[in-house]
Design a binder for this molecule. Structure first.
Ligand SMILES: *Cc1c(COP(=O)(O)O)cnc(C)c1O
Length: 334
């Protein structure tokens, strides 16, 4: 089967497994796993942030991020399609007791003007606007990339109003290889950043939350309370170190593959619209989602339904040039 449902289906390569086998480990709850410590400081160093906290999932990293910035009854400003709102089981309500203030962005990207209008004045009867969460790249927006100058405008507003900024950077490296922006630029702008190692970077497990020493001290405590304190997690962290050293630049190949699939699909009568594939996510609109997904599956290609009449394909490390050729052939023949 050609797997295009998600970039989370990748399996570790023999080289990555070898790096995992060789890892030096200890009890990370005691802060004594040298490989976890190495991964956390490697990423924090890349982003120019104080510390990182290794988490089992991106959801946990985001939920901890929200928790360390807020108090119950506060409000989190984010796009209506954001992962923290749509795909984390309503966690911000139960884990942090906060409300989302949902904005209607462009393919998931909100603007400074929208944020400014959303920030509430102080009043006993209003929620307190406390945090802005941005997502880059934006999953539901078809892997769309934020314009960095817009992020800077939002940052200025947040500074002026005393709001914190969290970045859901599950696929931030996909954005960086396209734009040439640096991790440091993002580290300077956001108070906390989460990045996933198990998406395009190809590890089996793991995300890292980064931020200041003070925030990360809080984050470690919250991670423990959420049940995310791990022991010899260095075996997993080693995969992350390997991925950062070997799998970042190659993300560009995934983007080229997604664009090639988009071009082939745009030729088909049953496809009415193909969202531009800015990175590795391709969302396209079809006449009948279940029928087309079944046809693809019969020919050996797996995708997912995304909304009422859309299908999502995600390219990744295990989707090879051969798979691309094969998939384009299948598309042409449908
Ligand atoms: C995948 C993803 C996450 C985290 O997901 P987990 O499955 O919990 O690791 C967070 N944000 C975005 C945008 C994602 O795509």
């Amino acid at each position: 089967m050609i797997e295009l449902r998600s970039d989370t289906f990748t399996k570790p390569t023999p080289e990555m497994l070898e790096a995992m086998m060789q890892a030096e480990v200890g009890d990370d709850v005691f802060g004594e796993d040298p490989t976890v410590n190495k991964l956390e400081s490697k990423l924090a160093g890349m982003f120019g942030m104080d510390e990182g906290v290794f988490c089992p999932s991106g959801t946990m990293a985001n939920q901890i991020g929200i928790r360390v910035h807020t108090q119950p009854q506060d409000e989190v400003i984010c796009d209506k399609y954001s992962h923290v709102y749509l795909y984390e089981g309503g966690g911000m309500a139960s884990n942090s007791g906060v409300l989302p203030n949902l904005l209607d962005g462009d393919r998931g990207r909100i603007t400074a003007t929208q944020v400014e209008a959303a920030i509430k004045p102080e009043a006993d009867y209003l929620t307190t606007s406390r945090l802005v969460v941005l997502e880059n790249t934006m999953n539901k927006g078809g892997g769309s990339i934020y314009n960095f100058s817009e992020i800077q405008k939002i940052k200025k507003l947040c500074d002026a109003h005393g709001l914190a900024m969290h970045l859901d950077g599950a696929r931030l490296f996909n954005a960086l290889v396209e734009t040439g922006e640096t991790p440091i630029q993002f580290g300077e702008t956001f108070d906390t950043i989460s990045v996933c190692l198990s998406k395009g970077l190809g590890t089996p497990i793991g995300s890292v939350l980064m931020g200041s020493k003070t925030l990360m001290k809080k984050a470690r405590r919250v991670r423990k309370v959420f049940g995310g304190g791990m022991r010899q997690a260095g075996y997993l962290a080693a995969a992350g170190i390997y991925a950062l050293d070997n799998n970042v630049e190659r993300l560009k190949e995934d983007h080229a593959h997604a664009r090639a699939l988009g071009e082939a699909l745009a030729q088909k009568d049953f496809v009415s619209e193909v969202m531009p594939a800015d990175t590795n996510i391709l969302i396209f609109t079809v006449d009948d989602v279940q029928k087309r997904l079944a046809q693809f599956k019969e020919k050996g290609v797996l995708g997912v339904a995304f909304g009422e009449n859309q299908i999502r394909f995600v390219t990744h490390l295990d989707f090879t040039e051969d798979d691309l050729e094969q998939t384009i052939k299948i598309i042409k023949a449908l």
